[in-house]
Design a protein around this ligand. Structure first.
Ligand code: APR
Length: 233
């Protein structure tokens, strides 16, 4: 009977894109695609060497044309047939968008957008195009990647917390849950909310009520869970 669709919040990290061929962060010795994180993902790195930072994200952006969504991304799109699905992702790739999911909140920004380095509200869609030194916003300042770097605020975190507070089901996929504030989102889930964690290296979560751990890769674990949830409803 019930007419309200159950609200499913999906929190994703780098692990969901691993089987598409995008490397995770912490599986690679503090380097991100061979670059030290403090050089390419901090405001200090940007001030020291903006050319290097632009080159790094231009490469990441270019890589998007060489990868496609995997079975985990497409399964989450299928879940929309019977549930109100909201994705909250830490990833800066656009694989959820390309799989057709309709509600996606990016916590750490998006590779296919650039923004002003003086006014955070000036954000531009750039697709897979490179950002060059000398490319400027409408106020004349250098464009930077629309990425949240270490040490920067996460502007969408409050919105994300309000979403998690209202979830009937919370599914966490492929994240080491070590980077705050994103890692703290789990704490906003109601007690009654059913929770699932899909990650081959998932830690024990015995303190979390209603938690089911699936030690599996996203490409197999997510379709399995999605089919189960679709059958329930
Ligand atoms: N399927 C599911 N999970 C996987 C897979 C897979 N095929 N392969 C690896 N994983 C898991 C790992 O076990 C690990 O728990 O994905 C997780 C990746 O963790 P991290 O590399 O720490 O990535 P993430 O949690 O997304 O990092 C958070 O840190 O560097 C910053 O801003 C960046 O958004 C990023 C944030």
């Amino acid at each position: 009977m019930g007419c309200r669709m159950k609200k499913v919040i999906i929190l994703t990290g780098a692990g969901i894109s691993a089987e598409s061929g995008i490397k995770t962060f912490r599986d690679s010795d503090g380097l991100w695609e061979n670059y030290p994180i403090e050089d390419v993902a901090t405001p200090e790195g940007w001030r020291r060497n903006p050319e290097l930072v632009l080159k790094f994200y231009n490469e990441r952006r270019k890589q998007l044309s060489e990868v496609v969504p995997n079975d985990a991304h497409t399964a989450l799109q299928r879940l929309e047939a019977r549930y109100d699905v909201q994705i909250i992702t830490q990833n800066v790739d656009n694989l959820h968008e390309r799989a057709g999911s309709s509600k996606i909140l990016h916590l750490h920004g998006l590779l296919t957008q650039a923004r002003s380095s003086v006014d955070d509200s000036l954000v531009y869609d750039i697709g897979e195009k490179a950002i060059a030194m000398g490319d400027v916003c409408e106020k004349g300042s250098q464009l930077r990647p629309h990425i949240v770097w270490f040490g920067e605020m996460v502007p969408n975190i409050e919105i994300a917390a309000r979403m998690v507070e209202k979830s009937d089901i919370l599914v966490i996929i492929g994240t080491s849950l070590v980077v705050y504030p994103a890692a703290g989102l789990l704490n906003y889930a109601p007690k009654y909310c059913r929770k699932f964690l899909i990650d081959p290296n998932a830690p024990a979560m015995s303190h979390v009520p209603q938690m089911t751990i699936m030690k599996e890769k996203a490409g197999t674990g997510v379709p399995k869970l999605v089919d189960k949830l679709l059958n329930e409803n």
